[in-house]
Write a new protein. Structure first.
Length: 246
């Protein structure tokens, strides 16, 4: 199940991220902030090398077209008669990030958590991207994505992940793209069909430290940040008050 509507912004778009005729993960996107609220996916790391980092945009956010698959800006402009103004009206474009010196393009659903070239490539859509502190991106967040996730999911049959961003008060690109104040991630691990353990983590969008915690604590922190009610990220069967079931 997806998170409840507490995280949902007013100008939201649900995107099934489609690339090369296949769906790879799901994103709740904030058209006004031009960043994703969260991306949800299965944790399936594999040995396939990271592909070239193309940056895609989402035609489904552009009015008056029937395109259902992410595409590069120049293809839409050259082949579909879509203008850059139509594209950037409700989503970020590559130009927004090119002059953001202190911010990296952080993927909420990262390529390293997917197996297969198509799934990895799909993560490089800008609707899966937030401005992430460049030091956090290469230090603590990288450690969480690569080391801690691998450790915690080692005994899991299936691991479901939701990674999100809390909107902040600052922007890049002349107030076009919001800089999140916090970036968070949660996972629910199944042994067969039984939820066995769950965990979460939340970082300030600086090069900050954070400790992995139980799912319930992360949900409480997000509930406080959003102040719209209680956040529920996963089904109630996922353990809340400790990482592993007793």
């Amino acid at each position: 199940t997806f998170p409840n509507d507490v995280l949902k912004p007013q100008n939201a778009a649900y995107i099934c991220q489609r690339y090369s005729n296949s769906y790879h993960f799901a994103t709740l996107y904030d058209r006004a902030m031009r960043i994703p609220v969260y991306s949800a996916y299965k944790y399936q790391p594999g040995s396939v090398q990271r592909p070239d980092t193309w940056s895609f945009v989402e035609p489904q956010l552009i009015s008056n077209n029937n395109l259902k698959e992410m595409e590069r800006e120049w293809v839409l402009i050259g082949n579909q008669n879509i203008t850059i103004d139509q594209i950037n009206a409700s989503q970020a474009v590559l130009e927004d990030y090119e002059k953001a010196i202190f911010w990296d393009r952080g993927s909420l659903s990262p390529s390293g958590h997917h197996d297969g070239r198509g799934s990895k490539t799909a993560t490089f859509t800008l609707t899966n991207t937030v401005p992430q502190d460049i030091n956090l991106y290469t230090d603590q967040w990288y450690k969480y994505e690569s080391e801690i996730m691998s450790k915690y999911s080692k005994d899991c049959t299936t691991t479901y992940v939701i990674t999100g961003a809390v909107p902040g008060n600052s922007y890049i690109s002349d107030n076009r793209v919001n800089i999140p104040s916090h970036i968070w991630s949660a996972a629910c691990c199944l042994n067969g069909t039984e939820p066995m353990k769950a965990w979460g983590i939340i970082f300030e969008n600086t090069n900050s430290d954070a400790n992995t915690t139980h799912l319930g604590e992360l949900e409480e922190k997000l509930s406080t940040r959003y102040s719209r009610g209680n956040v529920n990220l996963f089904d109630s069967a996922c353990p809340r008050q400790r990482i592993s079931r007793p």
